[in-house]
Structures are given as C-alpha cells and as structure tokens.
Design a protein around this ligand. Structure first.
Ligand SMILES: Nc1ncnc2c1ncn2[C@@H]1O[C@H](COP(=O)(O)OP(=O)(O)OP(=O)(O)O)[C@@H](O)[C@H]1O
Ligand SMILES: [Mg+2]
Length: 299
C-alpha cells in the first residue's frame, strides 16, 4: 500500500480544467485488442512524466494493465474486493514503475458482473471508492474490459469525467466506433448523466493507405472530439508490458514515448473544451462523405 505523496509541480497551467479537480478517464471500446490497455498504461506514464499524480484502475478481469505495470495480486485486496465493499481502496493500491499508482485487478473480478445483480446501485461502487482518494490524484485512468454493456464498464463510466473511445485504425474501425458511441450514449442515458466523449486512434501504420484514409474519415466523423495525436504501431509498445514497464521508463526517447507525451499534452490542454459527437447519433445524421466511408468500410 502506498502513502500520500506531496504534489509535484509540472510547470503548466490546467487551462479550462478545474484546478485541483481529479479527472477520471475511462478507456473504452467493446472491440477486443484495439489498444485500450496499452493506451491506459502509457498515457498514465506520460501524465506522470509531466509531474501529474496518476492512479491507474485496472477494471478488466484479464488484469492486463496490472501485469503491464509489473504488479500482481496474490493474497492482497484488488479492485474486486473494493467494488464488493470487502476492502478500502487505500488498502488495495500498489506503487509501480513510472511514478504510477495502481488499483490492481484479479480474475475474481469477473464474479462482479453476477454479484452486481444483487447490489443496490452497483454501477456507483467505483465512484464512491475514488471519492475517498480524490485529494491524492490529478488523474485516474480506468482500463475497461471489452464488454462495454456490463456492470464493470458501467462503473467506469459512472465515475468518469471523460470516456475515451480507443479506435484501432484497421478494418471495421468506423462501424465499431459508431457502435461504441451508441453504447456509451445508452449507458449515459440510463445513468442519467453525460460525460465528455473523446476518440483516439491507435495501432496506426502510416505506410498503409487504408489506415491514412481511415484516419481522415475518423476526423471527419468525430470532429474536435477526435485527438490529433494518433498512436503509431511500435515494437516498444509490445515489449514494454512484457517487462512490466510503461514505455517512458523502458525507452524515454522512442516514438511511442513521444506519441503518448503528445496525447497527454492534448488531453491536458483540450479536455472539457471541444464539441461533442453526440449529434452523430441523432436520426438522420449522415456523414458528409458517406460514399467514401462506405468504401472504407468494405476495406
Ligand atoms: N501502438 C501499438 N503498437 C504495437 N502493438 C500494439 C499497439 N497497441 C497495442 N498493441 C498490441 O496489441 C495487442 C492488444 O493491445 P491491448 O491489450 O492494449 O488491447 P485491449 O483493447 O486492451 O485488448 P482487450 O480488449 O483484450 O482488453 C497487445 O499485444 C499490444 O501489445
Ligand atoms: Mg485490455
């Protein structure tokens, strides 16, 4: 268990973000393998490298973010016990490389989906726990499981100030992103709240014409909600989780470190200030370049 750390100064202003207010980013997409965990761990690393106080919450029973940060749960409490009110969040938090802190996961977290049916307000559990450590962190980055409709994702979204849709710049990305947007909107409506929605492209290979065109289509679709920064494919991003380190620690000068630093900068400077893509969901909302999108969808 870690103790409170004094705040370090990063030498930049919070801009439009409320001073001192903990921001919670939930990284979501029902599509598996699109880069949610990679983005969660390394975006957290990039924010910490700027001097921000960052907590990673691993909300996936696969516990990939936990392993990617070189941590493991044996007998200690994990996020599973925190959500079930069997442990305090402070008891479960671990310190990990890159000046990060982690609320780790364990495969027993998969039992929460079923247990949630017997709980009152099961989707508010994470938020209540995070409220207890509100003064300790500037950012909480939540790595979600691929099942976007379940109780775990609902907890992430209820706690979050921003849902970051992670989109792999590959086949069917556009349809997947729009489907995810619909799920996010439905969950938000069911919870009676709305969080900011932003979109980030990952696994980008500039050499592929399809990927380049898809990126243009994603920008056209999502407008300002889409980050200018795109995370390129990188061997370092495959190596880093295998050695339990965020990429900034493994290789401070590689391009993946640069990509995540750019994403962190964009998040810090634009969060809370861009037009939202919800209008896309309204009946009749069609893309301007529909024909082009359809050809991209066919691949
Ligand atoms: N930019 C990248 N460059 C190279 N490899 C990447 C990149 N992003 C992700 N990967 C690799 O792709 C695989 C899937 O990534 P990741 O685990 O982050 O996806 P995920 O969305 O969290 O998956 P799941 O839905 O199973 O949780 C991993 O092997 C990861 O190392
Ligand atoms: Mg994952």
């Amino acid at each position: 268990m870690s103790t409170s750390r004094p705040r370090r100064t990063s030498g930049r202003s919070m801009g439009h973000l409320a001073q001192g207010r903990m921001q919670v980013l939930a990284l979501v997409n029902q599509k598996g393998g699109c880069g949610k965990t990679t983005t969660a761990v390394n975006l957290a690393g990039a924010l910490a490298a700027r001097g921000e106080r960052v907590l990673v919450v691993d909300l996936d029973p696969q516990a990939h973010a936990t392993m990617a940060l070189g941590c493991a749960v044996i007998d200690e409490p994990s996020v599973a016990e925190v959500l079930q009110d069997e442990a305090f969040i402070e008891q479960a938090i671990q310190s990990c490389p890159g000046d990060l802190e982690l609320l780790p996961s364990h495969p027993r977290l998969s039992e929460f989906e079923e247990a949630a049916e017997r709980l009152i307000h099961p989707d508010q559990r994470l938020k209540v726990s995070l409220d207890a450590v509100r003064d300790r962190y500037d950012w909480v980055i939540v790595d979600c499981p691929p099942r976007a409709e379940g109780a775990l994702c609902a907890n992430a979204l209820f706690a979050s100030t921003c849902a970051m849709l992670v989109v792999e710049t590959g086949a069917f990305a556009l349809q997947g992103a729009l489907q995810a947007l619909r799920v996010l909107d439905e969950v938000g409506e069911g919870q009676g709240r709305s969080y900011e929605i932003r979109v980030v492209g990952t696994l980008f290979d500039r050499r592929t014409r399809f990927a380049r065109e898809l990126l243009v289509a994603l920008h056209a679709r999502f407008g300002e909600a889409m980050f200018d920064t795109v995370i390129r494919t990188s061997v370092r991003l495959r190596e880093a989780p295998a050695v339990g380190l965020p990429v900034q620690v493994l290789d401070p000068s590689c391009r993946a470190t640069a990509d995540f630093a750019a994403l962190a900068e964009e998040i810090v400077s634009t969060l809370g200030s861009v037009e939202q893509p919800r209008a896309l969901l309204q009946a009749g909302a069609r893309p301007q370049n529909e024909e082009h999108e359809e050809s991209l969808a066919r691949g």
